[in-house]
Design a binder for this molecule. Structure first.
Ligand SMILES: Nc1ncnc2c1ncn2[C@@H]1O[C@H](COP(=O)(O)OP(=O)(O)OP(=O)(O)O)[C@@H](O)[C@H]1O
Length: 235
């Protein structure tokens, strides 16, 4: 059996001056698995994603990604490790407005040699990788050189997904990426995202309030059930 992609053990975390927010005995995500993580507003979902990406450090316990304990890495090594192995889709997409669509998608390959190399191996060049991913996600080719802020919300979301997927990171993290879309567009976007993650062999960790999407994933989990520090109202 292969080791899980993420293995979290006895994690504790609190923001400065605040009571303990997360107390999680065990959590794992398998290679290639898609997981739906739900929880009410303020329950710590984004904080957990930050810990899994090595943005924050746990006060206790360990988080292993690909067998590496993130807590043993320096801040700069964690940053490198994150960009090599994790793609993010944020709720507000966080595209750089003054860059073109293509430049936004290629950004992770500027910071990660590993992802640039994988993109080249698979598609011949980083440019071609960006164009292919955008085409798979349904974005018309003539939009490639447009500024990112000239796109509709649905189009920006596809650009954000292509940016997360370029260079086949082992983990794709999506934090409420569909909240700005109507129900039909949400499911259509998710179908494309699943197909691309499958193709790249990436695991998908997807956070949302929208319980109706849970049935589309391999597994669904409630943070409140996992988290022993959850307030009773959250469970
Ligand atoms: N950078 C920060 N500094 C201090 N406190 C923070 C920070 N980020 C989050 N918190 C606090 O941690 C708690 C959990 O926030 P978090 O954003 O992780 O929840 P969430 O479940 O993702 O919420 P939402 O669904 O509304 O996005 C909140 O009480 C919040 O105020």
């Amino acid at each position: 059996m292969t080791a899980p992609l993420i293995a979290l053990s006895h994690l504790g975390f609190s923001w400065p001056g605040q009571p303990e927010l997360l107390d999680i005995a065990e959590f794992h995500l398998n290679r290639g698995e898609s997981l739906f993580l739900k929880g009410p507003s303020g329950s710590g979902k984004t904080t957990l994603l930050g810990l899994l990406g090595g943005v924050q450090k746990p006060a206790r316990g360990s988080i292993r990604l690909l067998g590496t304990d993130l807590g043993t890495l320096s801040a700069s090594a964690r940053d490198r490790f994150r960009v090599d192995h994790t793609g993010y889709i944020f709720q507000q997409f966080n595209l750089l407005p003054f860059l073109s669509v293509r430049e936004n998608v290629e950004l992770p390959c500027r910071f990660s040699r590993l992802r640039a190399e994988r993109a080249r191996q698979r598609y011949g060049s980083v440019d071609r990788a960006a164009a292919a991913l955008l085409a798979h996600l349904g974005l018309r080719e003539e939009l490639l050189e447009r500024r990112a802020d000239a796109l509709s919300i649905g189009q920006q979301q596809r650009v954000a997904a292509a940016r997360a997927l370029i260079g086949q990171p082992e983990l794709v993290i999506a934090d409420e990426p569909t909240s700005a879309l109507d129900t039909d567009s949400r499911e259509a976007f998710l179908d494309l995202l699943f197909a691309e993650c499958r193709d790249a062999g990436s695991s998908l960790l997807f956070v949302s309030h929208d319980q109706s999407l849970a049935r589309l994933f391999d597994r669904s989990l409630s943070l409140a059930e996992l988290n022993r520090a959850a307030r009773p109202a959250e469970v």
